[in-house]
Design a protein around this ligand. Sequence first.
Ligand code: CA
Length: 226
Amino acid sequence: MEKILVIEDEVNIARMIQLELTREGYSCDCTHDGETGLTAALSGGYDLILLDLMLPKLDGFSVLSQLRERSQVAVVILTAKGDLDARVQGLDLGADDYLCKPFAMRELTARVRAALRRKPETKDSATLYAGDLRADRLTARVFFKEEELSLTRKEFELLVYFMEQGDAVCTREQILKEVWGYDYMGDTNLVDVYIRYLRSKIDDRFGVRYFRTVRGLGYAFGADHE
Ligand code: CA
């Protein structure tokens, strides 16, 4: 049975989530502040953490960054609706997904299933190449020529996804589904935000052009898009 930890200070919401997840067949524990939540998350055994951001004692961002120093457990953050900055910050800190409050229980369980499906898997080829760019899946390190890039986890996953696609044009919906794991149309702005990060860290920095916008379709990736 997969184990889920809910870190949410609104006791009623936490109880509702616990009830729903238990009904879906998960084992589910609740904590109501950041400190207790972090301790519980680190003491381990959990397959997924549902993490509220506004928490007493230790806020969700601090919980997440401290958790990520020691654990790669799946994390879905709970954010206020429309707060793109908080979502992006949470994803940058290594959250796998986010859920905007108020949310429907069906949406919650869909996100939980998607996040649990996306557990790290071993792939055939550890190193991917595109021109002078090299990505190592095992160590999650990326180099341009001999220079190592500093990418967040999500930026790394997105880059690897593009490297795997070759010359194919990827739509924003496809990217959301494959990299973020959404089963349905999510917030495609997020894709543009992350492509912008990668362009500034790779294309702008090294004077190359890997990421090409294909108008009306999405993005294409390649070393030879001059
Ligand atoms: Ca809260």
